[in-house]
Design a protein around this ligand. Structure first.
Ligand code: M6R
Length: 609
């Protein structure tokens, strides 16, 4: 969602700020702005639309100066417009903010009563006025911010500067991440380390409740009790530079094709000859896995689909009862914690507000431990969980999650093996077979990617459609759901997914020649059942697109197009069959001319609820 970049330096920082914003574009936004202090004056430029529009405006009206803040806004309070774009200003104070101030209405009334006038409809503007107010009654900008945060309810990552004192920026973090980037004689701030990789690889990650003052040479951090604290310096582990699409037209396509590499990296060093290295999940993992009697998975969106697949695996392969729930439901529901239950969060970003809130709730609720499977080192979920397993997908820029999903599935399958063995429910032989299947995965994905040209042609048949239905059975049902989510997300075609056995309980009424039916059909024990479901659709005039194991015996004709995939072990089939569905949604979106990497209304990292 919104993005923040800040800098305090001796050189002009406008270019650094704008480049930082470009690197955060993938998060989703509707307007962008920058404010820089120079010679005791505040220069501010804001634009509705893309960062490029802001860059063009800055070319015409350059801003000099070494202290500045910049922002991409994803509207929550107030329409997307220039007047609602950040930075917001109150007298000599300028602010950028990610998150939502829940008590903004009450604060707005109090501030109006003090004589403040509001220039925007945003919740953020109350921060600017509150800090301005407190600055007049405190001896520093930092003290003014510390007084302000005591009055704020909600989530914020915020950075402020004072035109009268450009030597420092002050920042506060509560519910919305911020990192401080360490330079030589200059320092930086951002909501995501990706924004700062061109200027530094050394970071301090602020923790919940931290307030900090950042000058060119010093950083002073205080915790929520106002006590000075230190945060360990960390070298960035981001190895794949997000800024480069390489030969690909879109990040999404690049990321789909990166999957063999991403999976290889995720497996690297975590498999022995025979099995999964349990310690890959953290030092205390074995003790927890030996005792675990129930798994509770929590996630949102695509990560939720990964969890749904894992539920099938945990119960069938590891013999451990498993439940999966959407984080936004779990966090507001009174649930019963099973004995010796391990809570596992799944998240690409590690910052999804609902998932983070669910984790925090769970930590108070009596789970035996918490584990996160995540793609972003140093993210909130990673720092706040007892155990963490990092997928190594590399930075995922396309809003539609692809390589993060397949690497989550790889991590989950490894976890199933680790838990199954620690519980004594999986034989050495089964684990060894599972490890062999995992090792074969990158090569199978490479073969599946070779279907891209055929799928591109197939996509033409979808481009004029308004509705579609995805079908699967068993652990392919969540893969059908994931295929439907991908298609609706980037092509805006309405897509639903059903467990194929449910067809006759309602959706059969929808079948006609205008609604393509996409079927995922590996060669497994449910194949014959699935074939019966396919016949139910054909008998009612439906047009079918079947992604099937080449040994599954589907024959194409006028009402059924068949895409053959090479045979793969049943256990890894959900991962392999994800790939053609990703390609299908990509090529349909390409034909429809939608914004593939930044689809309308969506954000990459959903840091507000
Ligand atoms: O970062 P997370 O995995 O926690 O994000 C969860 C969802 O917001 C995310 O998967 C979303 O559904 C994607 N846009 C799907 O492609």
């Amino acid at each position: 969602m919104c993005g923040i970049v800040g800098a305090v330096a001796q050189r002009d920082v406008a270019e650094i700020l704008v480049e930082g914003l470009r690197r955060l574009e993938y998060r989703g936004y509707d307007s962008a702005g920058v404010a820089i202090v120079h010679d005791g004056q505040l220069g501010r430029v804001r634009r509705l639309g893309k960062v490029q529009a802001l860059a063009d405006a800055l070319n015409e009206q350059p801003l000099a100066g070494g202290t500045g803040i910049a922002h991409t806004r994803w509207a929550t309070h107030g329409e997307p417009s220039e007047r609602n774009a950040h930075p917001h200003v109150s007298g000599n104070i300028a602010v950028v903010h990610n998150g939502i101030i829940e008590n903004h209405e009450a604060l707005r009334e109090q501030l109006k009563a003090k004589g403040y006038e509001f220039a925007s409809d945003t919740d953020t503007e109350v921060i600017a006025h509150l800090v301005h107010w407190h600055r007049q009654h405190t001896d520093s900008l930092l003290a003014a911010l510390q007084a302000t945060v005591k009055e704020l309810r909600g989530a914020y990552g915020t950075v402020l500067m004072d035109v009268n004192d450009p030597s420092r920026l002050v920042v506060a973090r509560s519910g919305s991440p911020l990192v401080i980037g360490l330079g030589l004689g200059e320092n930086f701030i951002a909501s995501d380390q990706l924004a700062l990789l061109p200027v530094t690889r050394r970071f301090l990650f602020l923790e919940e409740g931290d307030v900090a003052e950042v000058t060119r040479r010093d950083i002073h951090i205080f915790n929520s009790d106002g006590q000075p604290v230190t945060r360990a310096e960390q070298e960035s582990e981001v190895t794949h530079d997000a800024g480069d699409k390489g030969e690909y037209r879109h990040y999404m396509l690049k990321e789909i094709f990166e999957q063999p590499r991403a999976i290889t990296d995720t497996l690297e060093g975590r498999l022995s000859e025979q099995g999964v290295v349990v310690e890959s999940f953290g030092n205390g993992a074995r003790a927890i896995f030996e005792k675990v009697e129930h798994i509770q998975l929590i996630a949102c969106g695509t990560s939720y689909h990964a969890g749904m697949v894992a539920r099938y695996w945990f119960e069938a392969l590891a013999g451990v009862p498993c439940d999966i729930e959407i984080a936004s439901e779990f966090r507001y529901r009174k649930s019963v914690v099973r004995p010796n239950s391990l809570l596992i969060t799944l998240s690409q970003s590690g910052e999804t507000a609902d998932t983070l809130a669910a984790l925090r709730l769970a930590k108070e609720s009596g789970y035996m431990g918490t584990l996160t499977i995540c793609n972003v080192p140093g993210s909130s979920l990673v720092r706040e969980s007892d155990l963490a397993f990092m997928t190594r997908a590399g930075a995922e820029i396309g809003v539609a999650s692809t390589k993060a999903f397949t690497t989550q599935l790889v991590a989950l399958l490894m976890l199933v093996a680790a838990v199954g063995r620690c519980r004594g429910n999986m034989t050495e032989q089964t684990e060894a077979e599972l490890v062999r299947s995992l090792r074969s995965l990158p090569a199978h994905i490479v073969s599946t990617l070779a279907l891209a040209g055929d799928i591109e042609q197939l996509a033409e048949e979808f481009a004029d459609k308004y509705h579609s239905l995805f079908l699967g059975r068993g652990e392919q049902y969540p893969i059908a759901m994931e295929g439907a989510l991908k298609l609706k997300e980037i092509s805006y075609i309405h897509a639903e997914a059903y467990a194929a056995g449910e067809l006759k309980h309602g959706p059969l009424a929808l079948i006609d020649a205008d609604m393509p039916i996409i079927v995922v059909a590996p060669n497994n024990e449910l194949l014959e059942k699935l074939k019966s479901n396919v016949e139910e659709v054909r008998a009612r005039g439906g047009i079918l697109y079947v992604f099937a194991d080449k040994q599954a015996g589907f024959k194409g004709d006028a009402t059924m197009r068949v895409m053959s995939l090479e045979h793969v072990d049943e256990v890894i089939a959900p991962i392999v069959y994800t790939v053609p569905l990703q390609l299908l949604s990509y090529y349909v979106a390409l034909i429809k001319g939608t914004d593939v990497d930044q689809p309308r209304n969506l954000a990459k990292s959903v840091t507000v609820e």
